[in-house]
Ligand binder design. Structure first.
Ligand SMILES: *Cc1c(COP(=O)(O)O)cnc(C)c1O
Length: 437
């Protein structure tokens, strides 16, 4: 129940005076779903509490990083200890080596990596590295995939097939995206045509293997195989953006899921973030030694960062990864995520509501569509009016999912079977109201 004075509302009014739109990242503003954003006061385990003291079951987990839930004791202890030893040095530490070794052992397609502070930074530099290592300019990205807000990647498809894209943000000159080709996700014919036309100029292809920025869309096995083959054949680098999927859909990330179906499959470069930082600003990119040695100070591709490999962030990431690699961790997480997805599907089916959902490890997505979509155009057909009613219905019942139709959801190790059951029960009530009469 809403108290008479909604403290979220008064905080939002105050925030709007000093921060554009009141938020430091646009989706937090609830523009897509309407209503007042919840200002988080504190979080513990699978819950957070807003300014009114209202509790929510948290299914965004900071958009993925909080795979253990909030305030995990081992992580908290590691962070507190690291903080007492110093916040930042601008000189190397042993913990950076430990974290690098840990990540490389989980994702063996990478032989070396570099730590940075955000997924945007990691993706942007992976592109620069691919261009520097190949001496080529063109890159391929796919409509609906998000790779951070670097200029060259803020681009949507142009009118013609395999043509140059158009900037999706003001402030990005067309010249800056003129080397970025934007293709349709899961469209093999278009991919083949792009390589046939421009193969010798393509430095790299960047893709979200399971696209979490269009909710949850898997690259098909056939599409993934062709991405790999065409990159190899034309000397382009296959860049896996696993900022969201990394150590989230499986311990070995999405590439380990595809390697089960495509023997020997690996990308050339991998971009990581979110889970590997455990909620602290930390990300990474890595790949084969020969490519990574193109980076400064060894090679000609420049990259640097004042806070890169930050000692508190590396402590947080390391403690997180040590928990998730414990035997059975992912089995248990997957089981809970499946229970949620199956529960929602059954509840929607019982009401005759068009609904589809999918999940892998601790990541899930659902659509108000009868069938799972395969690309951005199909995702866009999901019913946004009904989604907004579902979102607010859940919010009123103490369940927090992403405030936008095109965003994935996340289950943490802290979620219990009771939380899942309560979520499904809440959704069931709302589905009843939404069902076509
Ligand atoms: C979140 C995300 C990014 C950007 O990471 P930031 O840390 O927000 O800069 C890049 N790629 C993917 C796939 C993401 O989900």
């Amino acid at each position: 129940m809403k108290p008479n004075t909604d403290l979220n509302e008064s905080l939002m009014a105050r925030a709007r005076q000093v921060i554009p739109g009141g938020v430091n990242s646009p989706v937090r503003a609830f523009r897509a779903v309407g209503g007042t954003p919840r200002f988080v006061q504190r979080a513990q385990g699978q819950y957070f509490w807003d300014a009114n003291g209202q509790r929510y079951i948290d299914y965004i987990g900071s958009w993925g990083p909080m795979i253990l839930g909030h305030g995990h004791p081992a992580v908290l202890e590691a962070v507190q200890k690291a903080a007492t030893e110093g916040f930042s040095f601008g000189a190397p530490t042993e913990r950076e080596i430990e974290l690098a070794e840990e990540i490389l052992s989980l994702v063996p397609s990478m032989e070396m990596l570099r730590l940075v502070s955000s997924g945007t930074e990691a993706g942007m530099t992976a592109i620069r590295l691919a261009r520097g290592a190949t001496g080529r300019s063109r890159i391929i990205k796919f409509e609906g995939c998000y790779h951070g807000h670097a200029d060259a990647l803020l681009v949507k498809a142009g009118s013609g097939l395999a043509t140059f894209g158009n900037p999706t943000s003001a402030g990005v000159p067309p010249e800056v995206v003129q080397h970025t080709m934007v293709l349709e996700y899961n469209n093999v014919a278009q991919l083949e045509e792009a390589f046939a036309l421009h193969g010798k100029d393509i430095a790299g292809l960047i893709i979200e293997p399971i696209a979490g920025n269009m909710n949850f869309v898997r690259a098909s096995v056939e599409f993934t195989r062709r991405c790999r083959e065409l990159c190899t054949q034309h000397g382009a680098l296959l860049i896996y953006d696993e900022v969201m999927t990394g150590c989230r859909v499986a311990l070995g990330s999405a590439q380990s899921v595809y390697a089960k179906q495509i023997p020997g499959f690996e990308p050339d470069l991998t971009v990581m973030g979110k889970v590997i930082g455990g909620g602290m600003p930390l990300a990474a990119f890595g790949g084969k030694r020969s490519v990574m040695e193109q980076l400064a100070p060894l090679g000609p591709v420049y990259q640097a960062g004042t806070l890169s490999g930050n000692p508190v962030a590396t402590a947080c990431g390391l403690a997180t990864l040590r928990e998730i690699r414990k035997p059975g961790f992912f089995d248990d997480l997957s089981r809970k995520t499946h229970a949620l997805v199956d529960g929602l599907k059954n509840a929607a089916a019982a009401e005759g509501l068009p609904f589809s959902a999918d999940c892998e490890g601790g990541m899930f997505g659902f659509f108000l569509l009868p069938e799972l979509p395969h690309n951005y155009t199909e995702v866009m057909k999901s019913d946004s009016g009904r989604f907004n009613l579902l979102f607010h219905g859940l919010l009123d019942r103490g369940v927090y999912i992403a405030p936008a139709l095109y965003e994935a959801g996340f289950v943490s190790a802290a979620h219990t079977d009771e939380d899942i059951a309560a979520t499904v029960a809440a959704a069931k009530e709302i589905f009843k109201e939404l069902a076509p009469k």
